[in-house]
Design a protein around this ligand. Structure first.
Ligand SMILES: [Zn+2]
Length: 254
């Protein structure tokens, strides 16, 4: 799946109302209460006429599962009064008091939440709720509101995040890391520091292994230098280079 960018659907109006901090701590579900076939340009016109800041929503999801970028992720939308700074919004195109969200739409929103979380745009891969939870409105409609638990369930099913190939690479990475730790287990309490690094590694989604390797490098350097002693700093650095290179190579490719 992918997010169709503003440039592809031809955004004409301002990109939201100023900056909004990242990552967002809330994500709210809306519906457009329009024909399900309305274009992004038309949705943009509606939002712009009402609030003057271009399209109101962060993301727009069509019944066929197409996901479009609304305002940019770091900009403030005009979707959820009082929460547009910390919150972002997913808008389902259609009227979900009348229709049920399609399977393709539910899957698309779940994918979008996982993707946004992996990118560091939102603090958790889930919807905070529907517009009606924080404002006196029927939005996002009865059937879309009913679908929120299922969307959140699919969004947090870790197994859906990776292909078999991803999982194989991840297992390989972990096995290699374990091997590296076993190799310097004799280093006593310093081993505990490596365990902590390993736990950090396990907690990072395997999105960008090169970045993970870079982030772990200072810790790794400190530990290896400590283990080998200050007389062997060059040797320690060489080991860290090898470890970081291996980590970057073995990781999951995007
Ligand atoms: Zn709404």
């Amino acid at each position: 799946m992918r997010i169709i960018p503003r440039s592809a659907w031809g955004a004409q109006h301002p990109n939201g109302c100023g900056l909004a901090p990242l990552p967002a701590t809330e994500v709210w579900l809306h519906h457009s209460v329009t024909a399900p076939t309305i274009s992004m340009r038309e949705l943009e016109e509606i939002g712009h006429r009402r609030f003057g800041c271009g399209i109101s929503y962060t993301w727009v999801v069509y019944p066929d599962g197409r996901i479009c970028e609304g305002h940019s992720i770091g900009r403030q939308g005009t979707h959820t009064a009082g929460r547009n700074d910390r919150g972002r919004a997913v808008c389902l195109v259609g009227n979900y008091d009348l229709d049920r969200p399609t399977e393709a739409q539910i899957d698309a929103v779940a994918w979008l939440l996982r993707h946004a979380h992996a990118q560091g745009w939102i603090t958790a891969p889930r919807l905070s709720g529907g517009h009606r939870d924080v404002y006196p409105t029927a939005c996002p409609g009865h059937w879309a509101y009913q679908a929120i638990p299922e969307i959140n369930h699919r969004a947090t099913e870790a197994d859906d995040m990776f292909t078999d190939d991803d999982r194989r690479r991840l297992a390989e990475l972990h096995e290699w890391w374990q091997h590296g730790i076993d190799g310097i287990r004799h280093a006593g309490d310093r081993y505990l520091k490596l365990v902590r690094i390993e736990q950090q590694l396990a907690a990072v989604p395997p999105v960008d292994p090169r970045a993970v390797a870079d982030a772990l490098r200072p810790d790794l350097t400190a530990v290896v230098r400590e283990v080998l002693g200050t007389d062997n700093a060059d040797q320690a650095d060489a080991i860290v280079d090898k470890l970081a290179e291996r980590l970057g190579r073995t990781g999951v490719q995007q």
